[in-house]
Design a protein around this ligand. Structure first.
Ligand SMILES: [Zn+2]
Length: 353
């Protein structure tokens, strides 16, 4: 596809999702959601608010055209990489008991498969921004002095847009609201997949969504080694932490529904665990190769939160700050859906205490 066709596809998809949100929610609130496109020549997404929390919401989501083009090209090159089987010897060793996919194509038409992966990836980015808006994270962040404006900027190269280096409580609030937006986005993408697909197609779409999500987060991460984080700093959690938080949501969320009966979905929880780790691992290796990096930097690959150095300490900070701000979010959020709101299970809370 030409760049212009990618942009056309992205604008078409997101204008449909925006219209749906306006019809189902914003019109009821007497407000409006708009999607805008920016000419910034890097990966950039932003959630902006033109209303106070007491007024009907005037929300907008801005994405750069370049975001769409970069994401599409990542998916295209990654799909080719998987099909060459060039690293299958390595994958054979790691995924011994799992018959991992040898192609990402769902259809005989390869371009159509890439387009569908792209749609799930760009929709996830959109829903991430929407999560910030629905829960009015901009307002919460100004209350905690994270930044002066209610705009929330997400971009691949943090140093371009985020000059101020946050620390302490403002940083914790910023990190946990990013996690909450990821949570919202992932659950809403899964709900959309369940609404549109069933059977084999749902299995294939779920699998390709996991790869798109991993590619988006590795693009944010780059090829740097993991930096041990016990105390949050800056505006965003490290993308590897975000990947480890979002992937398990896929099997946790699907486990709540009898998908075998309702959707003729044959993959069980273990299959989904394997698929999410395969997607994350292959996207990680692909990303290193794309960046010309030889060898695997320390802790670069997805692992369980409990294994990653410093994560328990970090999550204690996240849990405490989320418990502090969640009641405030509940007062001002534009829509409530407990399934799409960040939560820490009782079991995990016990481990952290
Ligand atoms: Zn964000």
């Amino acid at each position: 596809m030409e760049d212009s066709e990618i942009i056309e596809l992205a604008t078409d998809v997101l204008s449909k999702v925006t219209n749906l949100m306006n019809e189902s929610l914003y019109s009821e609130l007497d407000g409006e959601l708009t999607t805008l496109w920016s000419m910034k020549n890097y990966f950039y997404a932003c959630a902006s608010v033109g209303s106070t929390v007491d007024e009907p919401p005037k929300h907008s989501i801005t994405l750069s055209y370049e975001t769409a083009v970069l994401l599409y090209r990542d998916i295209e090159v990654y799909s080719k990489y998987i099909e060459t089987g060039i690293d299958n010897e390595l994958f054979d060793q790691i995924f011994k008991d799992f018959e991992y996919p040898k192609t990402l194509s769902i259809h005989s038409d390869k371009e159509l498969s890439i387009k569908q992966m792209f749609i799930s990836g760009i929709t996830w980015i959109f829903y991430h921004e929407l999560g910030h808006l629905i829960q009015e994270h901009g307002y919460i962040r100004t209350q905690y002095n994270c930044h002066a404006s209610t705009d929330i900027v997400d971009c691949a190269s943090n140093d371009i847009e985020n000059e101020s280096v946050l620390s302490g409580k403002p940083s914790a609030v910023s990190h946990v609201t990013e996690m909450a937006a990821d949570y919202y986005a992932t659950v809403n993408c899964l709900v959309a997949l369940l609404a549109h697909f069933k059977g084999d197609e749902l299995e294939a779409e779920t699998r390709s969504f996991t790869s798109s999500l991993a590619l988006v987060l590795y693009r944010f991460h780059g090829i740097n080694p993991y930096e041990r984080t016990e105390i949050p700093k800056g505006t965003h959690p490290q993308p590897l932490i975000r990947l480890e938080q979002t992937m398990p949501l896929i099997f946790e969320f699907y486990s709540m529904i009898d998908l075998a009966k309702e959707k003729n979905f044959k993959l069980d929880r273990l299959d989904l665990v394997n698929i999410t780790s395969w997607s994350s691992f292959t996207a990680g290796i692909f990303w290193l190769k794309r960046g010309g990096q030889k060898g695997i930097p320390e802790d670069f690959m997805i692992s369980g939160s409990l294994q990653r150095p410093g994560m328990l300490e970090y999550h204690r900070v996240m849990l405490d700050i989320w418990d502090e701000i969640k009641p405030e979010i509940d007062k001002i959020k534009r829509h409530g859906n407990k399934y799409a709101e960040l939560q820490f299970s009782e079991q995990y809370r016990k481990i952290l205490r």
